[in-house]
Ligand binder design. Structure first.
Ligand code: NAD
Ligand code: DAU
Length: 350
């Protein structure tokens, strides 16, 4: 039986990856390793928590002794590494936390994998899940390919770029069987409402101001989270060692157009008159160092592994709104406590 440690499995994307692997591969043993920070929530995995091939382990990837012991005890065959501090705004307020988890935590996992597998790397795999933000920002045209030079601007993207470099260094230096993917913006169920789409849905529902940074002209390339999980599955099983794949939706939206589209969907779903929700849009001070545009060229993934997104943005956005409206309890849970304090500090201090 193949044993896989999935880090960050209680977070947004991680929970979709864990669910997919637990359901699709009953012959694998899946260990979800997560610290349960504000962003990690075991309620994201209720439907599979009792599965025979699933286990949760609470732990911090920054804790080297703990990670070494876990690898010595479990002797995993593979790691799919998603645990990270993931929110750009928080990285501006507290960069050091991003260095610890994203850089030091990743190096701890790499060392433990190298030491556990040193007798034979052949059937082992260290899959590092990364972001398109490592490539920096684009102007009006062009797209990020796997060859684009790294040029991160935020403390978050600098920490992810650094972790990518370490993963490549372990492939080059020790021959560790590594794979990296760099994905564009995800959206879908279980997305923590500090990020644009779930925050906007939450605020529109509550008739609260919807904060749009600057003039809303920044562009992001949105991908449905379950399509990202499917790409990770494919890359994990099929990619050659030492390779990198970009993952993206070919789906660029200016923030303000996206928020207007969401407002239109929400007006219909909530029985409001046309244009009512859009009145909540409030332009606020721009994010420091705000990247203008991201766009992913996912041709390599399409040509080599046959992956394409499975649903349109219109379908995905509607499914997402429906999920948030049907899962009020989840939203109430994750926005109680610390969220209120974060929200006040983030938006009232602008
Ligand atoms: P998230 O913030 O929703 O979840 C992160 C998870 O990691 C949480 O469950 C948290 O508890 C856990 N975690 C944080 N610090 C930890 C630590 N020190 N030890 C153990 N667990 C810890 O993040 P996400 O949006 O699901 O992103 C997952 C990964 O995908 C990240 O590596 C991120 O950089 C990458 N990524 C995200 C996106 C996106 O649009 N969200 C796009 C591309 C890549
Ligand atoms: O591109 C992949 C990245 O996408 C991931 O690596 C990150 O983990 C993930 O958080 C996401 O980063 P962004 O900064 O692009 O996502 P966010 O949802 O924070 O913001 C999306 C855009 O919306 C961005 O241009 C900033 C803007 N924004 C965001 C918030 C939270 C607003 O205008 N208002 C807001 O309140």
């Amino acid at each position: 039986m193949k044993k896989i440690i999935i880090t960050g499995g209680a977070g947004f994307i991680g929970s979709h990856v864990v669910r997919r692997f637990v359901k699709n591969y009953p012959e694998y043993s899946i260990i979800n390793l997560d610290k349960l920070t504000y962003a990690g929530n075991l309620a994201n995995l209720r439907d599979i928590e009792n599965a025979a091939n699933y286990r949760f382990v609470k732990g911090d990837i920054v804790d080297m002794a703990f990670i070494n012991q876990l690898f010595a005890d479990e002797k995993p065959d593979a790691v799919i590494h998603l645990a990270a501090e993931s929110h750009v705004d928080r990285s501006i307020t507290n960069p050091s936390e991003f260095v610890m988890t994203n850089v030091v935590g990743t190096v701890n996992l790499l060392n433990a994998a190298r030491d556990t597998w040193k007798s034979n790397y052949t059937d082992k795999r260290f899959y590092h899940v990364s972001t398109d933000e490592v490539y920096g920002t684009l102007g009006g045209d062009g797209m990020f390919t796997e060859e684009t030079a790294y040029d991160p601007h935020s403390p978050y993207s600098a920490s992810k770029a650094s972790s990518d470099h370490f993963v490549r260094a372990y492939y080059d230096t020790y021959g560790l069987n590594t794979v990296i993917s760099n994905c564009s913006n995800n959206y879908g169920s279980f997305h923590f409402p500090e990020k644009l789409i779930p925050l906007a849905i939450h605020n529109i529902k509550q008739k609260k101001a919807v904060p749009v940074y600057g003039k809303g002209e920044n562009i992001r390339d949105w991908l449905w989270v379950e399509d990202h999980a499917r790409a990770i599955d494919l890359i994990f099983h099929k990619a050659a060692t030492g390779t990198t794949y970009n993952i993206g939706g070919h789906n660029e939206w200016k923030n303000i157009d996206l928020i207007n589209a969401l407002c239109t969907i929400m007006d219909k779903k909530l029985g409001r008159r046309d244009g009512e929700s859009a009145q909540l849009i409030t332009f606020v001070t721009d994010r420091a160092g705000h990247d203008l545009r991201y766009a992913i060229d996912a041709t390599k993934l399409q040509k080599e592994l046959g992956w394409v997104p499975s649903i349109t943005f219109e379908e995905g956005l509607e499914k997402t709104v429906d999920w948030y409206l049907a899962n009020e309890e989840w939203l109430t849970d994750v926005t109680s406590g610390h969220y209120q304090q974060y929200y006040t500090e983030q938006y009232n201090h602008r």
